[in-house]
Design a protein around this ligand. Sequence first.
Ligand code: VG1
Ligand code: CO
Length: 685
Amino acid sequence: MAMKRCPSHHLNDTRIQINTNDEIGICHTPSRLLEEIGHAQYARIAGALLDRQIEAAVGWTARYGRSRERRWIAQEHSQLDEIGFIQRNKAAEAAWPRHAFRYDVALCKHRFEYSTAGLRRFAKDQRHNPLSSRPIHRMYPQPSIRVVRCSAFADQQMGTAGLRKKVQVFQQPHYLETFAQAVFDVLQLAPGATLVVGGDGRYHNDVAIQVILRMAIAAGVGHIIVGQRGLLSTPAASCLIRARRAAGGFLLTASHNPGGPNGDFGIKFNVASGGQAPLHLTDAVYAASTALDGYRIADSGPFDLSSIGIEYLDGIKIEVVDPVAEYARQMEQLFDFDRIGEWLRSGHRILFDAMHGATGPYAQRILGDSLGARHEDLLHINPLPDFGGLHPDPNPVDCEHLVQCCAGTDAPDMAAASDGDGDRNMILGPGFLLSPGDSVAMMLANAPLVPGYRSGIPGVARSMPTSRALDDVAERLGIPCYETPTGWRYFCNLLESGRIGLCGEESFGTGSAHSREKDGLWTVLFWLNVLAARGESLHRISTRHWSEFGRRYFQRHDFDISDTAKANAVMDGLRLRVAAMTGTTLDGAEVELADDFQYRDPVDASESSRQGIRIVLNDGRRMVFRLSGTGTTGATLRVYLEQLEQARARQALDTDTLIAPLGQLAMQIAEISSLTGLAAPSARI
Ligand code: VG1
Ligand code: CO
């Protein structure tokens, strides 16, 4: 390692060593100033600048820097990978020969220059201190890597989104470790790669995150970015992977599944694009997991994730970041915050429920602090390991309290909720629940009102079971609408290749090219932007939309079947029957199409078969059947029902009532009662 020395000898007194790009930089500062602000504080400032903690440094500079620096920040704010440098200002230096703090590392070409007065103010203003309250540079001794021998587990096959199991399963010795080892073996990260790690704060997150950190170190990772207190919402993690050009990420979450010691735990792993690992990778991980005879883990930690800062472990950088900062910055670029803020200030209300999941701090900062939503309208915003006993699934059944609020006389203009890991959303208005299939269709229709989408959307996509309302709008706009299997990972290639700019699933998931995950809070902001721009209620916007395109009533009926064999029997029977169904008559309509959905990815030509049975009738009705891939016990049969109504007089009916006959028809065709013993769905969503 070469030593670079700051040439500013007249400031020489104290040295701080900071590791950048394998070189050691030394910076100097006047002792008087150091005494005044304290060494730890100084280390934090210098560390923040040097380690390119964009938000910290930008925040600091914007608040305390000189006007010239502020201008520079304004120009460069969007350039995330380089905090850049502030040219030395000769005139300023002459004016403040002894009070200039200067930092210089030739190698990374960064040079900062701040006034002593600015530093002093910064030191005093602890309230706005974006950095940690502990020294930022803690050096750990070199870790030793241990190889632990154990036998493989046979059940680490990932489902629709990641590996989900009961907490007790994950608590078995070596269980998490072998899975992580299989992932590292398959990913084959380049030495020194950057990895993002975070979770939704559920029970076992704290234990699991330490294991992942130690295994990442053993796998040769050079830089780990981890959310403060281990927290990162799934969409924010995806954004962070992209913004920091990480090689991938581990997201510790079982998403909308219940938490707590008797609940579920899970892991998703994402690749460099920020998207969930594609099928061929998850298959390879499963294969690797069954053949393991041990794993590699570093003998280090536990790592302190309680405050923002950086730690070094023999050159490996462990960076604890503010989980919200990068995400919030992106949201500000996409949406018209001024307009939304004005709308809220003029008396409109948003009621948001974070369900004690990951989005609480995001909602607080973005909806509350930035946009001015009332504090009492942000519910359950502290993340809890058991989600406070709530089932963190934003749907009208698990969020009945929101449906009730919206039915009352003092209903908010908009109510919304997100799930445990923050990728799902539910949107309601006074007396009205916006169906997810309608939501994404209307978002497309209203996209010109939203700054980030004003320039047009190249194409859209929906998962196969999702209502075809999106297709109707896409057709009108003359853009392609892709139909993909269930699971967000199938959207990733389309997003990455620029074919689509908006996509959604019936399971309360919507997203865009800003991320490679569905995004709950983003959807809330999108709708706030549309409401503020149109000045009409959610219901009014919907009825207008339906009168233009027709209303596609939609409902999902879930059947919880404890015996997986019985659930399989339903699907097997259907599969046989649909083979000869196309062209026949069913309930007075012609069967336009009946098949087991197959998908060929238009980007990489990969094939996915057996993705759900669909029966499409020529009168606008459709039934889809598939088994859930996210549960941890038994099986859940999902029956998706859709019915188009073109006549305006039939566009304001109750969905439950209207869809019931189609639900009955689906039960008969699939022989659900006789094969499973269930007389009715376990849930209608
Ligand atoms: C469900 C939804 C699917 C969603 C998946 C992950 O999968 O149907 O649309 O992508 O959950 O969402 P399944 O296989 O149970 O139907 V999340 O928020 O749990 O990551
Ligand atoms: Co989720």
